[in-house]
Design a protein around this ligand. Structure first.
Ligand SMILES: Cc1cc2nc3c(=O)[nH]c(=O)nc-3n(C[C@H](O)[C@H](O)[C@H](O)COP(=O)(O)OP(=O)(O)OC[C@H]3O[C@@H](n4cnc5c(N)ncnc54)[C@H](O)[C@@H]3O)c2cc1C
Length: 389
């Protein structure tokens, strides 16, 4: 009997433009060629060839893909989302590389930087020749960045930065960090070249999730920067928060890629694996699991398409992105864990992508605002009451 891929159940591809479908096919092939054959090994070793991948992604215009000018592709938000989906079907760490580069570091410079900063950083970042990172989280300040301890004080015409950032994707391999610091005038952002004296980055080891990604700590020890390093358009915490909204949009789509990969793996496995003399896919309990997962995957995809449409119309609001991140990551991790059960003991093996995706999604659930924080954002919108303060 004919089989339909889980993301093709509702013929949603018909809603995409031919251009978007072509672009998606190119990214899928890139992931097939460059990521899938190697990613289990990277994950086991706890490192990924970030620079090599960035160079390849740069050639395809995937870095800062939804930005315009300065060597960026100027793609639609929906096209960017589809690319994130395909990349994360390979691995969440690979999608994180692209999200942090494009939606956090490049977006911050593109939106808030001076012309000189844009000219200096964006073209090499779009080409994957320069790697960027985004330092907001600190050891003692995660969900509540307003409490940040990193300071920037004026010293003559310069700034001097002191403090530290923690859990920063790409930091150990980065050429530039967008660092957020408290000043006497409020929170400000700085484009910090990583070779500035006083800046050091250390790889965070022993991660059990997102292992095919470089994550680090940044130490800022009396780092002297000229005024020209400050992002002139960024005033207050709303600036870094707007960057996070950009990156979360990619996660709304990316998480579905991880879930799709798990579900397709589980279906193939269940059709081939026999117990009690028949394929386990023929058992009603297995089919109930598969059907329920396919439903959630489709619903998440519909949500992503809707949010993509709003973004392309310039009408996407932050709390709507929270709805997408909260739902799609929560459902993706539930799908990954359920698929793991279908693979039985093989489900815990790196021979299959399922456990890797499930473990990765633990990070995705936490970064760019935890699920609880997004519940509070949506709750505030529903009630008019803030539970944050
Ligand atoms: C692999 C990885 C990569 C990352 N990359 C980056 C990066 O590139 N740049 C960057 O700046 N950060 C990055 N982060 C950090 C990430 O954004 C933070 O971990 C996240 O914001 C949560 O902060 P925290 O870990 O300090 O947890 P905490 O804020 O300490 O939260 C712990 C728990 O308390 C809950 N909680 C907190 N406040 C409330 C509340 N008011 N009500 C209810 N529950 C609450 C949280 O939801 C969570 O469950 C990364 C994290 C990981 C794991």
């Amino acid at each position: 009997m004919d089989r339909v891929a889980p993301l093709e159940l509702l013929d949603l591809d018909g809603t995409l433009s031919a251009e978007d479908r072509d672009m998606r096919a190119v990214v899928r092939k890139l992931v097939d060629d460059l990521v899938r054959p190697h990613v289990a090994g990277w994950y086991e070793q706890g490192r990924a060839p970030v620079r090599e991948l960035a160079a390849e992604f740069g050639k395809l215009g995937l870095l800062g893909m939804h930005l315009s000018g300065y060597g960026c592709a100027g793609a639609t938000a929906t096209a960017y989302g589809l690319a994130c989906l395909e990349l994360e079907a390979g691995d969440s760490g690979v999608r994180s590389l692209v999200s942090v580069q494009g939606s956090l570091a490049m977006f911050a410079i593109h939106r808030y930087g001076s012309e000189e900063q844009k000219q200096r950083w964006l073209p090499p970042m779009a080409a994957g020749e320069a790697i960027g990172c985004f330092g907001l989280t600190e050891p003692d300040h995660g969900s509540d960045p307003a409490g940040m301890a990193t300071r920037a004080r004026r010293d003559g015409g310069d700034w001097v930065l002191t403090g530290g950032k923690m859990w920063i994707t790409n930091a150990p391999v980065a050429d530039v960090a967008v660092v957020w610091a408290r000043t006497d005038e409020g929170v400000r952002g700085f484009a910090v070249p990583m070779d500035t004296p006083g800046v050091t980055a250390h790889e965070i080891k022993h991660k059990m999730s997102l292992r095919a990604s470089s994550t680090g700590e940044i130490v800022l020890d009396d780092v002297r920067l000229p005024e020209a390093a400050r992002l002139p358009g960024a005033e207050g915490l709303k600036a870094p928060l707007s960057c996070l909204t950009e990156a979360r949009f990619g996660i709304v789509w990316g998480a579905l890629g991880a879930a799709r990969e798990c579900l397709e793996t589980a279906i193939d496995y269940a059709c081939g694996r026999e117990q009690f003399g028949r394929p386990i896919a023929g058992f009603q309990l297995t089919q109930a699991k598969l059907a329920d997962m396919a439903l959630e995957l489709q619903k998440g995809y519909l949500l992503a398409l809707h949010l993509g449409g709003l973004a392309d119309a310039g009408r996407l609001r932050p709390e709507q992105v929270s709805v997408g991140k909260l739902n799609n990551v929560r459902e993706a991790i539930a799908i990954a864990r359920q698929c793991r059960t279908i693979l039985g003991a093989n489900g815990i093996s790196a021979e299959y992508p399922v456990m890797r995706h499930a473990n990765n999604l633990e990070s995705v659930l936490t970064y760019e605002g935890t699920s609880e924080v997004h519940q509070l954002v949506v709750g505030q919108k529903l009630t008019g009451l803030s539970a944050f303060v």
